[in-house]
Write a protein that binds this ligand. Structure first.
Ligand code: ADP
Length: 458
């Protein structure tokens, strides 16, 4: 069932319940009021009937008055009984439809009234010449029956028409309510993988639908970026892999064309080996990049003292790149050294930091790279700054795409994997990586980790 119909049904149901309760209330109150007035009339007639029957002096006069002025009620009957212990039995014998309690009530309280449907009964005790009698008069409330039946018809018709009108209005209302949703569905159906740039109209920006549209558009943003990254990644990866492969194939082809000297073969083999190494490096980096996100569960997560980790990075760098000018600056912390403890996968964190520092060394041609470690009561900060070639402003948004390399890096070796890899590692540890750079001035990379990290590896 469509939501539109559901809303209209819910509307109708609620209105039907309200109308029904109101109708029942009106029906019973009116019925009570009608029988109340009929009883009043009947009681007067009971008194008159008693007077006529037992008051000898005025009996004829009253009887005459009654016949002439008081119209007889439909089905009106008078009954007279001796008011003694046998009254209930007498009444039940004469009027079997009445319960014995009716006669008992007359004896007890001097009067009683009851009705069966619209047939009403009134009974009173009457004293005459020292004797006590019970007088019961019954009559059919014809007008009351007619009025109640009329009222019932009006209420039933009002109820049915009311429900119908509310259902129709409900449908129109629901249609208008759901119109934006229908629009969204139609629009979403037109969005395919090839045109992820499409967005839903954002509406008035206040109601839940606008929030839903915003959320959906955000999801599309993420999907579009992921798709773009994916396609860039594949084309860049094939390009990166093809370059050394072409070099290997070319070199081998040239070497095999003619018989060559020993030295020429050695040169060719050296070139081939170099290119094969490059190929190996690229595939290893690729493998690492994919493992970082998928193999997380196998890694050991432990608290690592970042100051120690930076020192071991420095020792390693000094061995591998003796020309480097990296300086480590550990800012003193007031609340104890344990503030530098970061729960992380040590090898990954080391890899991320080394990649960023190596970039600083490489792109500043071994000028000074300053690594600062600091902490406050909420965060751990590692800042890595250099005075190198910097990154062109318009290329900043691409630097985290795998295989992207700045246009000013042609003179430098690299595959465009280190920085995206570092960013992914930092993100997996609940941290944040910011890069600020000015072409020709330098680059500052900031890693920020919350003291209680939200690690997404487990
Ligand atoms: P690469 O192997 O090219 O260094 P990265 O993934 O480490 O790959 O970095 C991607 C790109 O970001 C680099 O090609 C370069 O353009 C830019 N970049 C990163 N770090 C620096 C830096 N410290 N100075 C200048 N450019 C940088």
């Amino acid at each position: 069932m469509k939501i539109r119909t559901k809303i209209a049904m819910a509307f109708t149901l609620l209105t039907a319940i309200a109308l029904l309760l109101l109708s029942v209330y009106v029906y019973f109150l009116t019925r009570q009021h009608l029988s109340g007035s009929f009883f009043t009339r009947l009681k007067v007639r009971t008194t008159i009937a008693a007077e006529i029957r037992f008051a000898d002096l005025h009996g004829d006069l009253l009887s005459d008055l009654r016949e002439r002025h008081l119209q007889r009620l439909p089905n009106e009957m008078d009954y007279f009984f001796d008011a003694n212990n046998t009254l209930p039995a007498q009444v039940v014998a004469k009027l079997p439809e009445l319960p014995a309690s009716f006669a008992e009530e007359i004896l007890e309280s001097g009067s009683a009234e009851t009705s069966i449907g619209f047939q009403h009964y009134t009974g009173i005790l009457h004293q005459s010449a020292g004797d006590q009698y019970a007088v019961i008069v019954s009559a059919y409330d014809e007008r009351g029956a007619e009025e109640i039946s009329y009222l019932f018809n009006i209420l039933a018709a009002g109820f049915s028409v009311g429900c119908l009108v509310v259902f129709l209005f409900g449908r129109v209302f629901a249609f208008h309510m759901m119109k934006p949703v229908a629009g969204i569905i139609a629009k979403v159906n037109t969005i395919t993988a090839s045109d992820l740039g499409e967005r839903l109209p954002s509406g008035n920006g206040e109601d839940e639908l606008a929030v839903m549209t915003g959320t959906f558009n955000n999801m599309l943003d993420r999907l579009e970026t992921a798709f773009e990254l994916q396609s860039n990644f594949i084309s860049n990866a094939s390009h990166e892999l093809r370059t050394p492969l072409t070099a290997i194939l070319g070199e081998a082809e040239v070497a095999l064309q003619l018989p060559r000297s020993q030295e020429a073969y050695v040169r060719s083999l050296n070139t081939i080996q170099q290119e094969a190494h490059r190929l190996d490096e690229i595939t290893t980096s690729l493998l690492r990049l994919s493992q970082i996100s998928f193999d997380g569960r196998k890694q050991k997560i432990e608290p690592v003292m970042l100051d120690e980790l930076l020192m071991s990075v420095k020792i390693d760098l000094d061995k591998r790149m003796p020309e480097n000018n990296t300086r480590m600056l550990i800012q003193p912390v007031t609340d104890g050294a344990e503030l530098f403890a970061l729960t992380c996968v040590r090898v990954w964190m080391e890899l991320a930091i080394v990649n960023i520092i190596q970039n600083g060394i490489k792109y500043s041609n071994n000028q000074e790279v300053l690594v600062t470690l600091s902490a406050d009561s909420h965060h751990l900060l590692i800042q890595i700054s250099d005075f190198g070639i910097g990154i062109p402003q318009e290329e900043m948004r691409h630097i985290l795409e795998p295989f992207f390399r700045g246009s000013n890096t042609r003179r430098y070796e690299g595959h465009g994997i280190g920085l995206p890899l570092a960013a992914r590692i930092v993100r997996l540890h609940g941290g944040q990586m910011d890069v600020v750079s000015n072409e020709g001035v330098g680059t500052l990379v900031t890693l920020k980790f919350p003291l209680t990290p939200d690690i997404k590896i487990r």
